[in-house]
Design a protein around this ligand. Structure first.
Ligand code: AMP
Length: 516
């Protein structure tokens, strides 16, 4: 089962359906998309000698060519190594080396200088490759994608490396198929009238959501900016209609701000699938009030991409439900191709409501880490992927995440879950963003530190935030220190970079305009 078959089949069934759009402009219909992908696959095989199983890296901003390249790489049986375009070329080079990629596609062919050639690993090709230039050799096009077994590698994705060296997550054609089939069941059904907009990096979740939209011969829209511009999202959606897209919570906040500022209409947006980081209830309430009932939440991780749980749109939208608060604090129910458990410290299933590490088993769980058996053995135990996330299951099957296990702050022997503290501070109308981290402390072991970005013109200070906090939560959880920042640092995928905040605290040299 080669995932590229879905493109071949969609083009057989609906060749004239619009497929690739740059902003509002049509670039290719399904017959054209297939022709470009087949041509790319042919050139990879004939001109570059790419063989099934070879790794080909893509280090590019979002583009219609990005999709052409993905399907071209799969067409000839090779493996995609997607690299976050926001990484430094030196970091990308590290990934390329580790993956042993033979070819890398970039927006700018000179980006690496000689760095890669010195290592002798590959050629570096800029993207004009995908635009249908004739192949140097006149070998016959591959009529259909090369046959691949479900367990064959398709996507070698590098984790952000927040807990050490970045690791290559091996996802097979079978994993990607399982993930994609969950979408219409657990997220929402898709038809050829739908459109997916890629405003988050395609090297990550946004790109992985392409498959079911290919399968159904729906439209794929790349913003002209090739990135995330809230005003552009609304303007594209109003023209294209029926637009869905993946967004991290920080992106959702920017969308909400844009609507508030410019009074934009969100009628062209069908759904915003949010995930990748905690969405605080206060932020969700605001988003619902301002953008409308368009949100679906998913929880996944690179090792079980986009697919651990989902919280349905109608549950999120029904604010009159007496249990709404509990529902939307959770990340929903297990998706259909996986089982979810919470494990106690001894590795046994924990009872309802008891916190432990979330574990998942099923069709989306990675094959393991690339050339790293010790890390694979630590992550997958008896067939269950240990997610490193802490949470609890309710009797009705809802999973609530409290934190990453490494983020828990242990102060005076008590476990404090940053997510809880963040939820309370995020409710404050003047708080724009908040992140809680632990700081080493000789007396308490660790103390809670709150990094806070306030809304413009707000007059809050440490004392007023503290009194807001202690009137709502146990005093032992209160932040011992507030650090006010204009904005919280984010990684390339828009997640708050707690490692950076911890490093600032460790060095105790408040930088980046931080006033302690
Ligand atoms: P990544 O592998 O970079 O996609 O990061 C996955 C991690 O992001 C998960 O293990 C969670 O810690 C976090 N995450 C993903 N989705 C959610 C969500 N809906 N709510 C809270 N945290 C999430």
């Amino acid at each position: 089962m080669n995932v590229a078959n879905w493109l071949a089949d969609a083009a057989d069934r609906q060749p004239g359906n619009p497929a690739l759009l740059q902003g509002e402009h049509l670039v290719a219909d399904y017959a054209g998309f297939r022709a470009l992908a087949r041509q790319a696959g042919r050139r990879l095989a004939a001109d570059h000698g790419i063989m099934p199983g070879d790794r080909v890296a893509v280090f590019m901003k979002n583009a219609t060519d990005y999709l052409v390249l993905l399907y071209g790489i799969w067409w000839c049986g090779a493996v995609v190594v997607p690299i976050n375009c926001k990484l430094h070329p030196a970091e990308a080079a590290e990934i390329i080396r580790d993956a042993g990629a033979r070819l890398v596609f970039t927006d700018d062919g000179d980006i690496f200088g000689d760095a890669l050639l010195v290592d002798g690993c590959l050629e570096n090709t800029s993207v004009d490759y995908a635009t249908g230039l004739p192949a140097r050799s006149d070998a016959d096009p591959l009529a259909r994608p090369i046959s691949r077994a479900p367990g064959d590698l398709a996507w070698l994705f590098y984790t952000s490396g927040t807990t050490g060296k970045s690791k290559g997550v091996m996802l097979s054609h079978g994993n990607l198929t399982a993930m994609s089939l969950c979408y219409p069941v657990d997220v929402e059904p898709v038809t050829s009238n739908d459109a997916i907009l890629y405003c988050a990096p395609m090297s990550h979740g946004a790109g992985l959501y392409n498959f079911i939209f290919v399968r159904t011969a729906a439209r794929h829209v790349i913003p002209e900016s090739r990135g995330f511009d809230p005003d552009e999202v609304f303007s594209i959606a109003s023209v294209i209609q029926n637009v869905s897209f993946f967004a991290a919570p920080t992106m959702v906040k920017r969308l909400v701000d844009a609507v508030e500022r410019h009074g934009l209409a969100s009628d062209g947006i069908r759904s915003i699938i949010l995930g990748g980081a905690p969405m605080y209830r206060a932020d969700l309430e605001r988003a619902l009030a301002i953008i409308g009932p368009k949100f679906i939440q998913i929880y996944g991780q690179g090792e079980s991409p986009m697919t651990i749980t989902a919280l349905a749109k109608d549950i999120i939208a029904d604010r009159s439900h007496p249990e709404w608060k509990r529902f939307v604090t959770s990340v929903g129910h297990a998706q259909s191709c996986v089982e979810v458990r919470v494990l106690s410290e001894k590795g046994k299933p924990a009872g309802w409501g008891v916190r432990g590490e979330v574990a998942v088993r099923g069709g989306t769980v990675m094959k393991g880490y690339w050339r790293n058996q010790p890390a694979t053995d630590a992550a997958i135990v008896d067939g269950w992927l240990r997610t490193g996330d802490i949470g609890y299951l309710d009797e009705d099957g809802l999973l609530t995440l409290t934190d990453r296990s490494k983020d828990v702050v242990i102060s005076g022997g008590s476990n404090i879950y940053p997510r809880e503290v963040e939820e309370v501070l995020a409710l404050h109308p003047d708080v724009k963003e908040v992140a809680i981290v632990g700081q080493r402390d000789p007396e308490w072991g660790e103390v809670v530190v709150a990094f806070v970005a306030l809304r413009p013109q707000s007059q809050q200070d440490e004392e007023s935030l503290l009194s807001w906090f202690v009137s709502r939560m146990a005093s032992f959880k209160k932040p011992r220190r507030f650090v006010f920042v204009p904005e919280l640092p984010k990684n390339g995928y828009g997640k708050i970079a707690k490692t950076e905040l911890r490093a600032l605290l460790e060095s105790d040299k408040p930088a980046l305009g931080i006033a302690a």
